[in-house]
Each structure stands twice: as structure tokens, then as C-alpha cells.
Design a protein around this ligand. Sequence first.
Ligand code: TEU
Length: 543
Amino acid sequence: MTDNFIWWRDGIIYQIYPRSFADSNGDGVGDLDGITHKLDYLKDLGVDALWLSPIYPSPDVDFGYDVANYLDVDPKFGSLESFDRLVKAAHERGLRIVLDLVLNHTSDQHPWFVESRKSKDNPYRDYYLWRDPQPDGEAPNNWLSIFGGDGWELDPETGQMYFHMFYKEQPDVNWRNPAVRQYMLDVFKFWMERGVDGFRLDVFNAYYKHPDLLDNPPARLRLDPMMLAPFFRQNHINDTDNPDMIPLLNDLRAILDAGGETYAVGETFIGGADVAARYIGRDKLHAAFNFDFLKCGWWGHAFFKAIDKWEKLLDGVDAWPNYVLNNHDNPRSATRYAHGEDDQRLKLAAALLFTLRGTPFIYYGEEIGMRDIPLTRDMVKDPIGKRFWPLMKGRDGCRAPMQWSAEPNAGFSPPHAETWLPVHANYPKRNVLAQQAEPGSLLNWYRRVIALRRQHAALRTGKFVPVTRGTNFVLAYQRQNEDETLLIAFNFSGNRQNLALEDDLASQTWEMLLSSTRSAMVPFSGASLSLEPNEALILRPVK
Ligand code: TEU
């Protein structure tokens, strides 16, 4: 490892959904002590930081993304003391802690909102976005909730409406109120003083709305299934991405920098890579998520297009890319890409993630290829699924308990407990313990590729140089720094494929560093490199 290793740039960030990682007290819900007990596993995997989905007191309408108190830990997860123990134990192992801050909205149970809704002249009234309905009873403007229906909810108590971008139990706060702004910035300081190393900002680019709450204009018509949803038939220029966000980010960055170097990654709401790119930089966020990989079909050119766009957007600016195959809002990559229980494609996807120029994020269970649990209507917990079943089944599928072992409840909870969501039926075979013992397992592949990334600075900070622009089945690139050049090639098909090499690449002799399908390869030179079915291959020049 070179001396200038920057954990959030060169390291790997592992997302934990605390409800589902490890249950230490047998109530069927994961908790902070559970995470603390698993730190050695995470260290051994080779990750550098843990991002915890929200741990604050919450009535759990949106499972923690509806916060009732920003300065405490929900008793179901533990306490501030168990949080301090987790931070200490993580730091002892060189692992960083990233907290998820949900500051666009609070829970309707947050004391601010409880007060705010009491009367029009309540001191907390202006902490939220309250407006009179129009004379005909219609909402003040055309803004919608991304979770379905109108964004405005009538509160009979005062006859006014409040705005909620998400569920009606998640009222949006008024960031233009200086008291709100100051309090939220103090929330960062509170957790920084407790030793937190970074933050993930939920839907940060929705904090500031247009000051006059203007209507959104209609979106340009596109051939896209998203256009079926009224929300996506609007162009969200007035309820997201308001320019007043930038001075806030400048102030936030000064606070983060003053506490050593505390990291911040923003969850880019609605927008794509181009929107994310706007918010990254020396006086803004360290990173903003690019979710393009979540939408890529299993084609070399689909991934190439996403990578190429991101590389070009960030070229020449002081901003670092990131890549995400999974999170708690989307079907798992194993469910999107793998056939049955076969993990070959998942090995390829991991090799891609860990050999690109950008911070890799992984989501708990991705490393053992957890599949989404199949959902039936009666088990749905996520209100999106409850409301829109069977059109949309919600996000519970990717949030099931971590599969640690073949014990009942997969070692997540004690055997007698009833877990909050069922464990996937494949757990007797697909679990950490089994995969640790199996040299060719997906888990051991993750460990090997992560270790390789750690050994080769070119894989972390080297230039990304495409070899092909991606065909249906083949994708290849080089990672290059002044010390070395690595050649990385992928076969997205179940048949052999040839990769054409030109000029210097063809005259060079290459040797294998790692392959997901073969254990050895004779050093190779020539104009056509043969790739095995589903292979991820990493080569280096023979000196
Ligand atoms: O997600 C924001 C977001 O973009 C989601 O609404 C996404 O469109 C949806 O989940 C797709 O199914 C963040 C959190 O990641 C999510 O878990 C929360 O529900 C949401 O904010 C509200 O806090």
C-alpha cells in the first residue's frame, strides 16, 4: 500500500442495513452490538469503512429513514453507549464509520413536527413547508410524492397542507429557516465529536426547494417505463437541485474539514451522473452517488457506457468517481444478473467494481451473493409494496437477514427468534461459514480481488484507459500509473469470446494475476486474447 492511501477514495465502503446484519439480543432485529461482534469478519473481508443505514429513534414507517431524533440511537439498535463501543472497536481495527443522515425530512413524530402542526403561529410552524390549499381545495402546487400521489397532505387541525416528498409521515423540513439550517449543521458536529468519520446524506439535493414553490413543468416525453409514473412525467426543477444548495455544501464542507477530514457522500436524488457531478469537489461533497450500474443490463457495452460517461464528466475536475451495484432500495445484483444459484456473473461484477477508478460501495451480503427473498403480499413491510402491490412489491426483498451460517435463522438471530423479515430459503448452503470453507466461493473471490486492489496502486488511482468501447459480450480496459499497467478483460457471455488487441498491447507478453474461471494461464502475446465463458481476467505485462 502506498503512503498516500485515502480511505474514502482508495478504500472500500461496506453498507450495513442495521436491522438485518446481526441480532445480538434475540429480538429478530439486528443491532449495534451485533455489528460490533462482526467487525473481525469485515476486517478480514478487506473493507475500509462501514456505512450504517439510519440508527436513530424512528417509528419505522420508512425503516429508519423517518427520524424522530437526530441525536440518539433507537433502543432497538442499542444506545449511545453501544454506538461508542462500536466506534471504538471499529477504529481499533482501522475501520471507519459513516452515518446516514436523513435531513430532507423528519418523521411526523419528531418533536418539531408534533409542535409545528399544532397551530399556524406555533414557533415550529416554519420548520416545515406549510401552505394554504387553493380556494377549490387543490394543493398549493403540482408537486408529487415519489412514493405515489400528491406531495401535499391536508392537516385538518389548521386547514393547511404540508409538503412531503416521500411518505406523508415524512414531512419535508424548511431548509430556508435559519434555525433549521443551524440545527442540522450542529447534528454533523454532534456525531463528529462522537468519532464518526463520515456521512451519507439522504436525498441531499432535495433539501432546497424553489423559494416560491413554483410548479414543476412537464418532463420531455421519453420512451421509458418510468414515464408511466406521474412523478416522472414532471421535470423536477423546482422541488430538487435548487442552486441554494451550493452555499450550504460550502459551509458543510468547512465544518467537515475542520474536524480532521470527515467525509460526505450525497445520495443523488432522481438525477443521473451529470447531476451527481455538479455536487462533488473541494468545497462541496467528497462524493455523490452515481447509480448507473443499478440500471445496466448484462452487456459489456452497457457498463462501458456508464463508466465512460462518468469518466468524462469528472475528467479534469477535482472530483472522484464511485460505483454501486447494490443498495437497500433496489433488487440485489444477484437477483438481477445471476442465473439460479450460479455465481459466475457475480464474480465478474465484483472484479469490475474493484478494478475501476472510483470508490467501490458494497452492500451487506453482496459478498456471498445473497438473492432477494421472494415476497408474498402478507409479508410486505415496505409501504411502497403495501400501497402498490402487485404493481410494485416494495424494497423488502433486498433487506433480508444476513446469512451467516447454516444454523436456524442463518445465525442472524438465535434459533428461537422470529426475524423481522424471513431469511432466504437458500441459507443452509449460501452462508458466510460455508463460503469461508470453500476456496472457490464468491466470498473468497471478493477477498482476493479486494486484496489485489490493495496491492496495486494502479487499480486504485491509476488512469482508466479503455481497450474497447464494449461490445455485447466483451469489455476491456487498462489501469495505468507510472509504475505499472494492468489489463482487465471481461466476457459477459456463456461462450468463449476473443478480445482484439492492437499495437503495443498485442506485442506485449501478459501474465495472469487473477481469473474468475481458471487457475492458471500460460503467458500470452498476440492480437487476439481468448476469454473463457463468464470470465473476469486481470493481466500484467511480463517484464
Ligand atoms: O431514497 C431516495 C430515493 O431516491 C428512493 O425514493 C428511491 O427512488 C426508491 O427507493 C426506489 O425504490 C432514500 C433512501 O435511500 C430510501 O431508503 C428512503 O426511503 C428515502 O430516501 C426517503 O428517506
